[in-house]
Design a binder for this molecule. Structure first.
Ligand code: PGA
Length: 386
């Protein structure tokens, strides 16, 4: 699992587009699995813009969407079919005959699910784009969905219906059911690109990457996949870096007079998070994902933590503020809170998580060259509003 942390929706679109370009340049008749929702809009804008300016052609591309509401007019604004047409398909040269989405108006929904499952089996995605729900769902596979369920009729949770209410005149009009590709069907894609923006997604992202590996967070299934790229903004990544912020804050204190280049390789490559003052000072590293990094850096971290008790205390406050839900969640569904390791043990825990998942994660940050650590000190908190 590779994790790229970007500054905002626009950068997310640009970073995600790199993956699309890679796949379609290699294979012009690629099968792309598309997702709906607010998150991929920046990517679709980038695709449309690139195409308009003579970039990629989608003439031979085949598109399959993840899901669709049951009982919503496909021409109506709330339908995912219409969303795809308005947001992307009408702006690129894809052949509408090459686009498919479950038909939530089918007379026989079971038969429609079987049709869609067969179509996916015949056309496994070269790249599957995914969002993530606040409850960790992927497509409309809500918590506790069995991974081996093929395309099926899903009962939407109250939180999912609430999150999707803005497309409907009245929240009560959000359908209770949707047709959705199944989890294992999603995993048949050769590559997966999961996108998330905003604080609302931070818990789900934490659970997906570091939480207990079970169906309570359907996105944890992605740990089994060998080629997953996760592109996040800093808010969505915020819970992944709590202990790193602690370290980063201390490190920043210590190196206030030292140029950023004197920090470790990882620190140089990683961004300074902007969410809080503490975070602004952090040459954050998203080592949660990377065993090797965890092994390479302990000295710096320990040293930093020891040398800046003040910063540590300050950050402690922030941890309390921002991590309370995490701790509750951990206490409920994972290791007890008092077992949540503190730095540097946390790194070992993380490494173990990844070893368990049998995968390797890399963290990438696109912002570092533009925004060296020293320039970020004192910036105000930034939030994405969508
Ligand atoms: P969003 O939805 O992009 O609108 O946040 C994502 C999802 O629910 O999967």
């Amino acid at each position: 699992m590779r994790i790229a942390i970007v500054k905002n929706a626009k950068e997310l679109g640009e970073r995600a587009f790199v993956e699309i370009k890679k796949v379609i340049s290699e294979k012009p008749d690629a099968v792309i699995g598309f997702a709906t929702g607010a998150t991929p809009v920046a990517l679709y804008e980038k695709m449309a813009d690139d195409h308009k300016h003579g970039g990629l052609s989608y003439k031979q591309v085949k598109a399959f969407n993840l899901d669709e509401y049951v009982g919503v007019d496909p021409n109506g604004k709330a339908s995912f079919k219409r969303f795809m047409a308005d947001t992307l398909f009408s702006k690129i040269d894809i052949d509408p005959a090459n686009t498919d989405i479950p038909n939530g108006m089918a007379q026989d929904l079971e038969a429609e699910c079987a049709r869609y499952s067969a179509a996916i089996k015949e056309n496994p995605a070269d790249l599957q784009i995914l969002g993530i729900g606040e409850n960790g769902h992927i497509a409309f596979n809500e918590p506790y969905t069995k991974p081996d369920e093929p395309t099926h009729i899903a009962l939407l949770t109250a939180s999912t219906r609430a999150a999707n209410a803005s497309a409907f005149k009245d929240p009560s009009l959000v359908p209770q059911y949707a047709l959705t590709m199944g989890i294992n069907e999603i995993l048949t894609a050769k590559r997966i690109l999961l996108l998330a923006l905003g604080e609302r997604k931070a818990q789900a992202i934490y659970d997906m990457i570091m939480g207990r590996d079970d169906t309570s967070c359907p996105a944890t299934a992605l740990r089994k996949h060998p080629d997953v790229t996760v592109v996040l903004d800093r808010e969505a990544a915020s819970l992944l870096t709590i202990k790193e912020w602690e370290k980063g804050s201390a490190q920043a204190e210590e190196s206030a007079e030292a140029p950023a280049t004197e920090q470790t390789e990882e620190a140089e490559q990683t961004p300074v998070a902007e969410q809080t003052e503490e975070a602004e000072q952090t040459p954050v590293a998203e080592q949660p994902a990377e065993t090797e990094q965890a092994e390479e850096q302990p000295e710096v971290r320990e040293e930093a933590a020891e040398s800046a008790p003040e910063a540590e205390a300050e950050t402690e406050e922030q941890v309390e503020e921002t991590s309370a839900p995490v701790e509750e969640e951990v206490a409920e569904s994972g290791p007890p809170t008092d077992e949540v390791p503190t730095y540097p043990e946390e790194q070992e825990e993380v490494a173990a998580t990844y070893e368990d998942a049998g995968e390797e994660a890399e963290v990438e940050d696109l912002t570092v060259q533009e925004e060296p650590a020293q320039e970020n000190r004192g910036k105000k908190k930034k939030k994405h509003r969508r």
